[in-house]
Design a protein around this ligand. Sequence first.
Ligand SMILES: C[S@@+](CC[C@H](N)C(=O)[O-])C[C@H]1O[C@@H](n2cnc3c(N)ncnc32)[C@H](O)[C@@H]1O
Length: 324
Amino acid sequence: MAGKPKDAALPATPTTPLAAGDKPKARQRSIAESNEPPHLLAYQGSKRRLGPQILAVMEGTRVRRLYEPCCGSAAVSLRAASKGVATTYVLGDSLDSLVELWRLAIDHPDDLADAYASRWSARASDARARFEAVRDAFNRSHEPADLLYLLARCVKSAPRFNRDGHFNQGADHRRLGTRPATMRGRLRAVAALLRGRAILRSGDLVDNLADAQPGDLVYLDPPYLGTSSGRNPRYHQGLDRERLIAVLADLDRRDVPLVLSYDGRTGEREYGPPLPDDLGLRRFSLRAGRSSQGTLSGHRVETFESLYVSRGLEEAAARVLPRW
Ligand SMILES: C[S@@+](CC[C@H](N)C(=O)[O-])C[C@H]1O[C@@H](n2cnc3c(N)ncnc32)[C@H](O)[C@@H]1O
């Protein structure tokens, strides 16, 4: 399933503005006081666990807009919003139904919670048939509520699509997925944090970044090289390395500050070659934990992910992260 073509005018679709009587500062303060930002989706490749290390680079920064054009579960934007890094959060993804899911979550969290509850079942025997019925329905109509349920129940929370764009990941029958009451709480917390300060755009990252400026900040987490090719690519589309390099060169030319997650290494094994030096990026290292494969074979093998930052963020990154 390809992303929708974008209008040249970049339709920015802000979520519902703050209601009268809504106090953004008080709201932000109460969220900032809790240590963890809200979390909505488990999603393969989510930066939820690495979020604190990534945010450490941005934390002193105050920007007009934070762009996350490959947002998936938007783990970094949610964390950044809970710290007040930006005035506005521009969330995009080429999976249209995922962007619609975010729109509903922010504007109509209780409707989405109701729709989720009507799909969820506490009985494992029903859950099996439900999953298949919801997957068929999603492949016909791309309803965001169906996607929310599929992501909550599918194997490794990993969306997979066949060549025809049909969701074809199976259910993880060991779990039923997030309970409806928990999901409702998460949806309300996300809406409280982002309503009035999020702009949602479905489509390709190039279009979504077209209006980013030097006073903004881009956090980019595209599909990694190793997940974009081969027999079983992840997500609904991968990203070619040459295209990614062209996007990075363009942001550098336009002086738009960037933080990029891309590839890494497990033990001695590097995933993908380093990005070219002339992109003006500096490479740092994030501790991503122990590799399960390494542990199984009796070795303690650590995985590190790369975090590339543009020149202006180099000093901030060097204070909190080791160089690659
Ligand atoms: C590694 S995941 C992002 C995970 C995210 N950082 C999180 O915390 O959940 C990559 C995302 O990029 C999206 N994607 C793939 N190709 C894209 C493109 N050309 N433009 C925009 N998004 C794209 C995929 O749908 C997927 O959601």
